[in-house]
Design a protein around this ligand. Structure first.
Ligand SMILES: [Zn+2]
Length: 329
């Protein structure tokens, strides 16, 4: 079914067959339900242990501000369309660096060349490292580039903007307290395909970094990688990304439930290719948090009025609390 000409909307309210324009098609599966994932994976003891963790965790621990994340998103979107190596993309890089320099973190530049169907494109991942002492590491990632649509004004408020805003706010929160594990906040360049989405024309930044971290030894330290993408939608529904690591997804979904956000983390899903995949393929427990039920996806109507501070706050709060919990594991 990969690469099929048609796909089904997952929203039963719109159970019609949609025909996506070939250029914009992202490889994806539709699944009726992921009930099979909901089988009993845990023993009674594990459930008790999780309950004890929940009791021991103050639910106000996370102080992620949706309003702040929204402002960062607005600033990113304000640069206009941000395909890799565009002026706006590099202006946004400068903005991200400037924000991170105000925080207590190590700023790491990761420039590389993306071999795209349209030739070599210089790209740069930006990484903020919050050092811990455990010898283990956690990464929270997302992309800041927007898809290239020549002649159009595609600003990607949700697709590219929301992940940038959430990560900047998360970095601000993480810098406030000492870390147990090394925590990396990674802003990926080149997530978007230059032409049609394919294995070789997509996720340039994450493919580059996964292999770089494998060679350098960071990959072996990673306990978890959480990628966020398109999480600003006013009508928030984070799907179950079916490639993702079950135990990590369960930890995040349990956290959401305990924080009172169960309604926004769906019990249904599909497979979605995203920036977590290169790490997953190299054995890193990885999770993609994505709301793919978004009508303005890859349309010029993907503007700030479709996103909300509340949605950013829900996902950001859950991710921040999940990082705290993973650090205690
Ligand atoms: Zn996109």
């Amino acid at each position: 079914m990969f690469g099929a000409q048609v796909w089904l909307k997952k929203d039963p309210r719109r159970s019609v067959i949609d025909y996506l324009p070939g250029r914009d098609r992202r490889k994806r599966f539709f699944r009726q339900s992921t009930a099979r994932l909901e089988h009993q994976h845990g023993t009674r003891w594990r459930r008790w242990a999780l309950a004890l963790i929940a009791i021991a965790t103050p639910l106000t621990a996370a102080d992620f501000s949706g309003a702040s994340a929204f402002k960062y998103t607005q600033a990113a979107v304000g640069f206009g369309p941000r395909p890799s190596w565009s002026t706006a993309n590099r202006q946004l890089q400068a903005y991200i660096r400037a924000q991170l320099r105000m925080l207590k973190c190590e700023l790491i530049e990761d420039p590389f060349v993306g071999k795209t169907p349209k030739g070599d494109v210089p790209m740069t991942n930006i990484i903020a490292k919050f050092p811990g002492k455990s010898g283990h590491a956690i990464a929270v990632t997302g992309h800041f580039d927007t898809k290239l649509f020549p002649g159009r004004k595609f600003v990607g408020a949700n697709d590219g903007g929301s992940s940038t805003g959430l990560l900047l706010e998360l970095a601000r929160d993480l810098s406030a307290t000492p870390r147990v594990d090394d925590v990396y906040i990674v802003f990926f360049d080149g997530e978007e395909a230059v032409g049609d989405w394919s294995e070789t024309d997509s996720v340039y930044g994450s493919r580059h970094l996964a292999y770089k971290w494998k060679a350098g030894g960071t990959l072996a330290k990673l306990k978890a990688l959480i990628n966020v993408d398109m999480i600003g939608d006013k009508s928030l529904g984070v799907l179950i990304e079916e490639n993702s690591t079950y135990s990590l997804r369960k930890l995040v979904w349990d956290t959401a439930s305990e924080l009172g956000y169960k309604a926004y983390f769906l019990e249904t899903g599909e497979k979605v290719d995203d920036d977590h995949m290169p790490f997953l393929k190299l054995g890193v427990p990885s999770l993609d948090l994505i709301d793919f039920d978004y009508d303005p996806w890859h349309k010029d109507s993907d503007t700030m009025d479709k996103s909300s501070p509340k949605s950013l706050e829900i996902v950001g709060t859950v991710v921040l609390e999940s990082v705290h919990r993973i650090e205690r594991q």
